[in-house]
Design a protein around this ligand. Structure first.
Ligand SMILES: [Zn+2]
Length: 102
């Protein structure tokens, strides 16, 4: 199995575990391109790189989150959703180069 295939399988498994939804904004993923590995407890706060601490998020949600806790980022996301309206979904699902594999 190639490296890329492995990464895709990893993404699919992660999405299955999280019902195909982003742990930050709660919206679905429209492509695998925008899926980023999200540490529930950030590594900077001592979060582990193990499956129980890893969820899926959109790349753009991940960027908005920064090092905030998930509870703190909820308000930021709500504001962004309100401001962008319908375009929010396409914004968070914008594809980026595969940043999943590491
Ligand atoms: Zn999201």
């Amino acid at each position: 199995m190639g490296k890329n295939k492995k990464a895709i399988k990893k993404i699919k498994n992660l999405l299955k575990r999280w019902d195909g939804l982003c742990v930050i904004c709660g919206e679905p993923f429209v492509s695998l391109e925008s899926v980023t590995k999200e540490h529930i407890i950030p590594a900077s706060l001592g979060g582990l790189d193990s499956s129980c601490n890893i969820a899926a998020s959109h790349y753009n949600c991940n960027k908005l989150r920064g090092s905030r806790s998930l509870l703190l980022v909820a308000k930021v996301i709500e504001k962004k959703k309100e401001k962008m309206g319908k375009s929010f979904l396409s914004w968070v699902n914008k594809g980026v180069p595969n940043r999943f594999a590491n």
